[in-house]
Design a protein around this ligand. Structure first.
Ligand code: NAG
Ligand code: NAG
Length: 263
């Protein structure tokens, strides 16, 4: 098992049994997962070797910024004995809803962080900075947000997303490592979106090798764990075929051999 390697869990309404693929009876490399939600995925609760990392996906201005529901939920899970050591905050707050972003104004993201995220640090939980998109606008959003916090937001690690080629990933992670010295990086979504199968597989192998040996990278989660026909980043990025079998990438990610199943 790899302490870095995790599952970005995108549950399928249509094929709920696909969940079982990620918890094989023999050991896999996966040691943690997140699901964009505050509570664990029901199918994974019995699997104590797959640590859940909760996320506060976003908030809209109609929510009250002082509503402590996320903080309460996490506190309650810890009180019940859940192994929660880290949490993730806003998902692509600089991105629009249409592409899965949480589309958050800076002011709202500052207020919600201070009431719901920052207090978790007192419980010993490590908190992830907002996971901005891999575009230049993303890192700009993050810097603007940090400034607007006026010292009141202290992330313990920095999640990053990347879609594109291997050199781009290496450059982007390198930039974040330099920009936030001392803070571990988590690559919580990445892949070579919309590329050909061979290029996608080569990028996957090279990036896993890089992330595995890069000390500043603490954890990573490949995107993604879904069937090729529902992939929103191109079919070749998917870890499952249209019929729900592990693709080569899916099997490699779990620690197995190539399956020669074409996405
Ligand atoms: C909690 O999860 C982490 C990460 O997977 C693991 O290293 C640790 O052993 C777990 N702790 C408990 C008490 O299960
Ligand atoms: C788990 O077992 C299956 C079926 O025997 C095999 O295909 C797969 O490669 C195994 N995974 C690992 C990580 O050994």
């Amino acid at each position: 098992p790899s302490p870095k390697r995790g599952l970005c869990h995108v549950p399928s309404q249509e094929h709920p049994y696909d969940d079982a693929i990620w918890t094989p009876s023999n050991k896999s490399q996966l040691t943690w997962y997140y699901n964009y939600k505050t509570s664990p995925s029901p199918s994974f609760i019995p699997h104590k070797d797959l640590q859940f990392v909760p996320m506060l996906w976003g908030a809209s201005s109609s929510d009250k910024a002082d509503d402590p529901s996320f903080l309460d939920t996490i506190t309650a899970q810890i009180a019940r004995g859940a192994n929660i050591t880290h949490i993730l905050s806003f998902n692509e707050p600089d991105g629009p809803y249409a592409t899965g972003g949480s589309n958050m104004p800076i002011r709202l993201a500052v207020d919600v962080w201070k009431t719901q995220i920052e207090p978790l640090r007192k419980l010993g939980v490590k908190v992830g900075a907002p996971a901005v998109t891999g575009s230049p606008i993303g890192l700009e959003w993050l810097s603007t947000w940090l400034e607007a916090c006026e010292g009141g937001c202290t992330p313990d690690f920095v999640p990053v997303h990347w879609y594109g080629d291997f050199e781009g990933l290496a450059r982007h992670v390198g930039y974040v490592v330099v920009r936030f010295p001392g803070l571990p990086v988590w690559v919580t979504e990445w892949g070579f979106g919309e590329a050909g199968l061979e290029d996608t597989q080569r990028m996957f192998k090279m990036s896993v090798a890089l992330l595995d040996r890069w000390p500043a990278v603490e954890r990573y989660a490949y995107f993604g764990a879904f069937r090729s026909d529902v992939s929103n980043v191109g079919p070749n990025a998917a870890m499952l075929t249209e019929g729900g079998l592990l693709t080569d990438i899916g099997s490699w990610y779990m620690g197995g051999e190539a399956t020669h199943e074409i996405p």
